[in-house]
Design a protein around this ligand. Structure first.
Ligand code: NAD
Length: 269
């Protein structure tokens, strides 16, 4: 990699939620590879500390792990404050942490289930944006929200998760309007199937693991899962290059939203 190409986000300060594994880890690695100073948080302490050690060894950027449950607004505030105290500024917030409950019809979700998903997947994004924005306005920075293709196309037996992702898509547009006067950009991206621990857990919970993997792979017209690196590079593009983009959502989906397919649900509940 040429030097300039390797340093596309050199010395820019980034906060990433849920960076210890999966897509968040892929984004973290991409930004460290491109010279950023990243503070990332997660509830998985062992994975977080291990990612911190290996990525600091790799460079050329650097990172710092903080334990944080993103549904707790005091803990989110601590993460943002620590980034600014440690590195002196904040240029980019990437809201990524999220969870997907087992697939069930609405009758089997309780009120508590609904509120819990909203706390982890939506309230956390709201809190992080709120605490980060006073700093992002100073640097004319940007926010990137990890949404999901299902915000647009829905998903079978996932009413709570899909509702949470729809909220993120709309929150992105609302904030893009409000923050334009500060030249702060707010965008989102929507993965389809990226093979991560979350995806693997869902496949293991299904009756046939191999069939679930095949369905996941075949859902994209490109005929494969997306990689962590591919998602990281979309985030880097939004942060470093997409200076005339705000309020947009980029599908990182291998064309999963295209064409007709077997969509009838008449034979399933
Ligand atoms: N994998 C996919 O195919 C896919 C598709 C569309 C959207 N997404 C979205 O991508 C994001 C990351 O998903 P993933 O597949 O990498 O999942 P993952 O489970 O592999 O990783 C999520 C990370 O977030 C962390 N996390 C979860 N709850 C947290 C909390 N309360 N506080 C702090 N950290 C928490 C986890 O510990 C984990 O490290 C989620 O928002 C998910 O909805 C994933």
């Amino acid at each position: 990699m040429a030097e300039a190409e390797a340093h596309r986000y050199k010395n820019q300060v980034v906060v990433i939620t849920g960076g210890a594994s999966g897509i968040g880890y892929g984004i973290l690695k991409t930004f460290v590879e491109h010279g950023a100073k990243v503070v990332f948080c997660d509830i998985k302490e062992k994975d977080g500390l291990s990612a911190e050690a290996s990525l600091n060894e790799m460079g050329p950027g650097q990172c710092k792990y903080i334990f944080c449950d993103v549904s707790n607004e005091n803990q989110i505030k601590f993460v943002i404050d620590t980034a600014v105290e440690t590195y002196g500024q904040l240029d980019c917030l990437i809201n990524n942490a999220g969870t997907h409950p087992p697939h069930l019809p609405i009758d089997r979700f309780s009120a508590a289930d609904f509120h819990q998903i909203m706390d982890i997947n939506v309230f956390s994004f709201f809190s992080a944006c709120k605490f980060a924005l006073p700093h992002l306005r100073k640097t004319q920075g940007n926010i990137i929200n990890n949404c999901s293709l299902v915000a647009d196309i829905g998903q079978h037996h996932a009413v709570t998760y899909v509702s949470s992702k729809g909220a993120i898509l709309s929150m992105t547009k609302a904030l893009a309007i409000d923050e334009a006067c500060h030249n702060v950009r707010v965008n989102s991206f929507s993965p389809s199937n990226i093979f991560t621990p979350m995806w693997e857990k869902a496949a293991l919970a299904s009756p046939d693991y191999d069939a679930a993997i095949k369905t996941g792979r075949d859902s994209q017209v490109l005929g494969r899962f997306g990689t962590l690196e591919e998602v990281g590079l979309v985030c880097l593009f939004l942060a470093a290059d997409a200076t005339f983009c705000t309020g947009i959502n980029i599908n990182v989906s291998g064309g999963a939203e295209l064409d007709y397919g077997k969509k009838s649900r008449l034979d399933s509940e």
